[in-house]
Design a protein around this ligand. Structure first.
Ligand code: NAD
Length: 365
C-alpha cells in the first residue's frame, strides 16, 4: 500500500518491530540502559501505532538532544515526596517520562485495586508521551482513571481571546473499563498537539486552517508560525516562531487547559507552562491522576450494564451522512493500531531521514 505525504513524497512504511529496534538502538547509544532504551522505543512506537504520530518516533532526535543537554536524565526512579495512603505526591527527578510515568501509574493502580481509590500527583517527569497509554494500563486492571497533564516551562498555546502563548498543550485523558468496550478519551487541550505541527512541518498531514494564531490575531495552518525558519531535517524549535497554537473548543477548551495547568502544574508543585524563565526553567510534565475501582464502590454490575446499554444507544444514532458512523473514544486508535501492525508505520521520508541522521550521530547500530 502506498500513501503520499503533504509534500507529495511517498511515505516510508516501517514495520513496528524495526522502528522499535532502531529507536531503542539510538537511546542505548545515547546513554540509556538497554531496558530503558527499549521502554522509550516501545512507548514512542505505541503512539505511532495508535495513530498519534505527533507522540511517536518523530520525537527521537528531540529526546536525544534533551538527554545530551541534561534536561532529561536516564535511569531515574520516582521519589515519594508525600505518602497519604489513598494519595501520594511523587517527584519524577526529570527522568524519562516513559520510565517515570509507568512507575506512578503502577502505584496508583496497586493502591486503587486495594483500597478503591488513589490520587497520584506526579511532578518533574520527562515527557510522558501519549497519556492514553496510561489510561489503557489502568483499564487492563479494571480501573477508571482520569489524568490531567501539563508541561511546565512550555507555553505554546494562546488562551481563548488572546494571541500570546500562555498554556502548554496540557492533555487530558479518561479511561472507562466497560466490558468489551473499553473507552479511552485522550487529547491535547490545544487545537492540535504540538507534535502534529511538527509532523506537518515534515510533510505529514496538513493542519486545520485555524490551528495556529499569528501575533496579529489572524489564523494560520503554517508550521512556520510556530517554528520560524527551518531546513528539511532540522530539529523544530517552538521558541523560534512568533505565533501560537490555539486552544481547542473556544472558551471551554481554554478553561480546561487552565485547569490542567493549575492541577497538574501548580497543585503538584512542578510548575505551570510559564513564564519560561520561572523557578524551574526546565521543561517537564506534571500529571494529576485519579484511579477509581467500580468494584470497591459496589456499583460494578450497574456500571457495566447501564454503561454498556448507554454506549450502544449513543452509537445507534443516525449518522450525519449516509455511510457515516459515530465512534467511541479510543476506537480510532484501536483501528489504526490493527492496520499499522499489519502494514507498517507510515513515516514522511524527512522524518525517517532525521531519525537515521541521529542514529549515525550517536553511533547506533
Ligand atoms: P486527537 O485530536 O486526535 O483526539 C484524540 C481523541 O479523540 C481520542 O480519544 C480519540 O479516540 C478521539 N477521536 C478521534 N477521532 C474520533 C471520532 N471520529 N469520533 C469520536 N472520537 C474520536 O488527539 P490530540 O489532541 O492530537 O492528542 C494526541 C496525543 O498527544 C494524545 O495521546 C495526548 O495524550 C498527547 N499529548 C501529550 C502531551 C504531553 O505533554 N505528554 C501533550 C499534548 C498531547
Amino acid at each position: 500500500m502506498t500513501e503520499n505525504g503533504r509534500d507529495g513524497r511517498e511515505l516510508v512504511r516501517v514495520p513496528a518491530g524495526e522502528l522499535e529496534r532502531t529507536a531503542a538502538g539510538i537511546f542505548a547509544a545515547a546513554g540509556c540502559e538497554a531496558d530503558e532504551a527499549e521502554r522509550i522505543a516501545v512507548e514512542l512506537v505505541g503512539a505511532n501505532l495508535a495513530g498519534h504520530d505527533s507522540h511517536g518516533v518523530v520525537r527521537v532526535p528531540f529526546y536525544v538532544s534533551l538527554l545530551r543537554a541534561g534536561h532529561v536524565r536516564a535511569g531515574r526512579s520516582v521519589e515519594i515526596v508525600t505518602d497519604g495512603g489513598a494519595f501520594a505526591l511523587l517527584d519524577g527527578q526529570f527522568g524519562f517520562g516513559q520510565t517515570i510515568a509507568p512507575q506512578a501509574v503502577a502505584l496508583g493502580i496497586e493502591r486503587a485495586s486495594r483500597d478503591g481509590i488513589c490520587v497520584v500527583a506526579l511532578r518533574n517527569s520527562g515527557h510522558v508521551g501519549r497519556v492514553g497509554a496510561y489510561a489503557e494500563t489502568a483499564l487492563a486492571a479494571g480501573l477508571i482513571s482520569i489524568h490531567l497533564v501539563n508541561v511546565a516551562g512550555s507555553p505554546l498555546v494562546a488562551p481563548f481571546g488572546g494571541v500570546e502563548r500562555r498554556f502548554s498543550t496540557a492533555p487530558f485523558s479518561v479511561g472507562v473499563p466497560l466490558p468489551d468496550r473499553p473507552l479511552v478519551l485522550d487529547f491535547a487541550t490545544s487545537l492540535v498537539a504540538e507534535g502534529k505541527v511538527q509532523v506537518a512541518s515534515f510533510g505529514g498531514p496538513a493542519l486545520p486552517s485555524d490551528a495556529l494564531v499569528e501575533p496579529d490575531g489572524s489564523a494560520s495552518s503554517d508550521p512556520h508560525t510556530l517554528y520560524g525558519e527551518y531546513g528539511p531535517t532540522d530539529m523544530r524549535t517552538p521558541g523560534n516562531g512568533a505565533g501560537a497554537i490555539r486552544a481547542f473548543g473556544g472558551h471551554k477548551g481554554s478553561g480546561l487547559a487552565l485547569m490542567c495547568e493549575l492541577l497538574a502544574g501548580a497543585f503538584t508543585g512542578g510548575g505551570c507552562a510559564g513564564p519560561v524563565d520561572g523557578p524551574r526553567g526546565r521543561i517537564s510534565n506534571g500529571m494529576l491522576s485519579i484511579y477509581l475501582s467500580p468494584r470497591h464502590f459496589g456499583t460494578q454490575a450497574e456500571f457495566e450494564q447501564v454503561g454498556r446499554e448507554y454506549v450502544e444507544w449513543v452509537l445507534s444514532t443516525r449518522p450525519t451522512e449516509p455511510g457515516g458512523e459515530v465512534l467511541l473514544p479510543g476506537e480510532q486508535e484501536a483501528r489504526t493500531k490493527a492496520a499499522r501492525l499489519a502494514d507498517g508505520v507510515p513515516l514522511p521520508p524527512a522524518e525517517w531521514a532525521a531519525i537515521q541522521e541521529v542514529a549515525a550521530e550517536v553511533g547506533a547500530a
